[in-house]
Design a protein around this ligand. Structure first.
Ligand SMILES: Nc1ncnc2c1ncn2[C@@H]1O[C@H](COP(=O)(O)OP(=O)(O)OP(=O)(O)O)[C@@H](O)[C@H]1O
Ligand SMILES: [Mg+2]
Length: 624
């Protein structure tokens, strides 16, 4: 759709466009536009086109001085329409690149033709830029750009391989939609069977496998709309056949049909070119057929994904024990993280010789204490006393932790059940609930799990991708919700030992994890309070609204691909709107994130609305 013309001088990277009057009131800011190389109408399917973005809008009325403006205002509507006739709208545009016919976004090498036609981006170009139907791409939402009819529903997909190996961060103020966005990403990764460990600070993902919201849509104002399933009890032919052929052993207390049906829909979304699952439901589930089930049965990973539950939830703290000769320092560091205190050099010297005690948990700590009695450190007893105090402290912390719902996890067994292909459980997602744990133990758990996994890949014989023969381990994604409290920014007088260790573990993944197919995703309200080194290793950023100047500055420093204009926009994004930038997408994009399929952990609290629910009744009685 023609919306204006290029005006004045141009370059390969920037130009000004004068907008036609009928479009100058549209939501054009940050929208994509397209131009042909010769200045005529762009033909995205048959020739390369220049893609640009509107970065600034301004208006000018050369005939209207201040005095005239006040006169024109004083004659009301007529004055307004008269002055509008002579008002021009300008758009400052930045060239993104040249989009080739095959969908490759190349550098633009020729200056934009003066007086060229400026068109809003066509659906074809939007798809080429932001959508891929490969199963390795995840649909996250729809593009927010002024385009064909302004109702185009082009799904935006992110490259999942880039996300899970080059790390991602989701930032935004409270209530801006971070958890929804990350849940959406995790659901899509789950539908593809990627293994992950979620450090769930507030039980936001407690219902991550209850996909009831798959049957519920939201309009652009956030209002819920029910989508009807065409079959009662979700018991259609395809579901019946899947139950028969795959024998799903859904062990939760909802009807099995429901689970199988939801898994089939999400799988169909991947198979049918990344069509968002909710769209499949909205179209009457025509794609969920016995033919699909037949094609999927006996084919890995699809049959296991439809057959099994995928999430295992636990409230856990890391088990204290001797983790073997390769993990001597790790075992000592784990004690430090557990108690949030460092050992002195003299204490470390003794520990190194005695850390290899038998037993686990309290028994292990008791054995250490016995060793201390039988084989005390040299010197006048100060070191011995200090170690004794620390061991007693550890026993107290361990006992306190056991009094909650949390249970200890042996990290070697945990590693095997998630990462070791020969021993792993069918569940692909391990959700570690942190709500029962003290601040220290939360960080100790991050340190313990992440370091144990990283070192198992680095120093033991585990490989997630192997050139020779079969890989013996799975790639893993670590997800840290509320990252600020788990890997806080370091400070010069850092006394937070467990935070320091957790940070170190995540930095290792940041710098070297990619080689082993280990990645992380961070979610945080305040990016500036999260460890900068970890964030700087994250190559995809998903930004919701951020108002604080600190956070904006921080993001500007870490996100090289982000323009000043995009940063400006981050200040005013509404709930569920996000800017995605980085390696998982060809060009930064503003999108409306789809509502998650799974039920929220905590519903949006509305205490006042709930308390005053009877107001409507009173208003009705009073005829108001
Ligand atoms: N993409 C979206 N579409 C529709 N509604 C959304 C979307 N994202 C979020 N919401 C609404 O906004 C509410 C808050 O979202 P969410 O819990 O994801 O925010 P948050 O940034 O994680 O907040 P907090 O920092 O407090 O954890 C949700 O309960 C949901 O109702
Ligand atoms: Mg949240």
């Amino acid at each position: 759709m023609l919306i204006g013309k290029v005006f004045d001088q141009t370059s390969t990277t920037e130009f000004m466009a004068m907008l036609d009057r009928e479009y100058d009131n549209e939501k054009l800011l940050s929208s994509y536009i397209e131009l042909s190389l010769d200045g005529g109408e762009p033909k995205p399917n048959s020739e390369p086109i220049i893609i640009a973005r509107i970065t600034k809008l301004q208006k000018e009325n050369p005939l209207l001085s201040r005095d005239q403006a006040s006169v024109s205002a004083s004659i009301g509507d007529i004055g307004y329409h008269m002055s509008r006739r002579f008002t021009y709208s300008w758009a400052e545009c930045t060239v993104i690149g040249t989009l080739t016919v095959s969908g490759f976004l190349d550098m633009n090498r020729c200056s934009v033709t003066p007086n060229a036609e400026v068109h809003s981006i066509s659906e074809t170009s939007q798809r080429q830029l932001f959508f891929s139907d490969k199963p390795s791409h995840l649909p996250l939402g729809t593009i927010e750009s002024f385009g064909e009819g302004d109702t185009s529903q082009v799904p935006v997909t992110l490259n999942a391989d880039e996300l899970v190996t080059k790390h991602f961060c989701i930032f935004g103020m409270t209530g801006s939609g971070k958890t929804n966005t990350s849940a959406k990403l995790l659901e899509e990764l789950m539908a593809r069977g990627h293994r992950m460990i979620i450090f769930d600070s507030h039980d936001d993902y407690i219902n991550i496998e209850n996909f009831s919201n798959l049957f519920c849509d939201r309009d652009s104002n956030g209002n819920k709309k029910e989508l009807k399933c065409r079959v009662n009890d979700r018991n259609c032919d395809a579901v019946e056949l899947a139950k028969e052929q795959l024998n799903p052993n859904a062990s939760n207390n909802r009807p099995k049909n429901e689970c199988v049906c939801e898994r089939l829909i999400r799988t169909a979304s991947v198979i049918y070119h990344n069509k968002p699952a909710r769209q499949i439901v909205a179209e009457g589930c025509k794609k969920i057929t016995p033919k699909l089930v037949n094609a999927l049965s006996n084919v890995n990973p699809w049959n296991t994904l439809i057959q099994n539950r995928q999430v295992c939830s636990k409230s856990s703290f890391p088990e204290l024990k001797y983790y073997g000769d390769d993990f001597q320092d790790f075992s000592i560091n784990l004690l430090e993280a557990f108690q949030g205190e460092q050992f002195s050099d003299a204490q470390l010297r003794w520990l190194r010789g005695n850390i290899n005690q038998r037993g686990v948990g309290i028994q292990y700590l008791n054995n250490l204490q016995n060793a201390l009695n039988n084989n005390p450190p040299p010197g006048r007893g100060g070191t011995r006393e200090a170690i004794e105090q620390k061991l007693q402290g550890l026993i107290n912390i361990y006992n306190d932790a056991r009094r909650t719902n949390a249970r200890s996890i042996d990290l070697e067994l945990f590693f095997q059940c998630i990462a070791d292909r020969a021993k792993a459980i069918p569940q692909t997602v391990y959700r570690l609930s942190l709500t029962d744990l003290s601040n220290n133990l939360r960080k100790a758990l991050v340190y313990g799990v992440v370091t144990y996994f990283f070192r198992s890949f680095k120093y033991r014989d585990y490989q997630a991708t192997s050139k020779k023969g079969q890989p013996n381990a799975y790639p893993i994604l670590f997800v840290l919700e509320e990252a600020r409290s788990l890997i806080p920014k370091s400070s010069s007088d850092d006394i937070d030992i467990s935070g320091k260790l957790a940070r170190r573990a995540m930095r290792e993944i940041g710098y070297e994890g990619r080689k082993f197919s280990l990645g992380f995703g961070l979610i945080s309200q305040k990016p500036s309070t999260v460890d900068a080194e970890v964030v700087s290793q994250s190559n995809t950023l998903i930004l919701h609204q951020l108002k604080s100047p600190d956070d904006q500055k921080y993001v500007r420093d870490v996100a090289e691909s982000m323009s000043q204009e995009d940063l400006e926009m981050v200040k005013s994004l509404g709930t569920g709107r996000a800017i995605v930038t980085g390696v998982a997408i060809k060009s930064p994009v503003l999108l409306r994130v789809d509502f998650r399929y799974s039920q929220e952990g905590i519903e949006e609290p509305r205490p006042i609305e709930n308390e005053l629910r009877n107001t409507t009744e009173i208003r009705n009685k009073l005829g108001i």
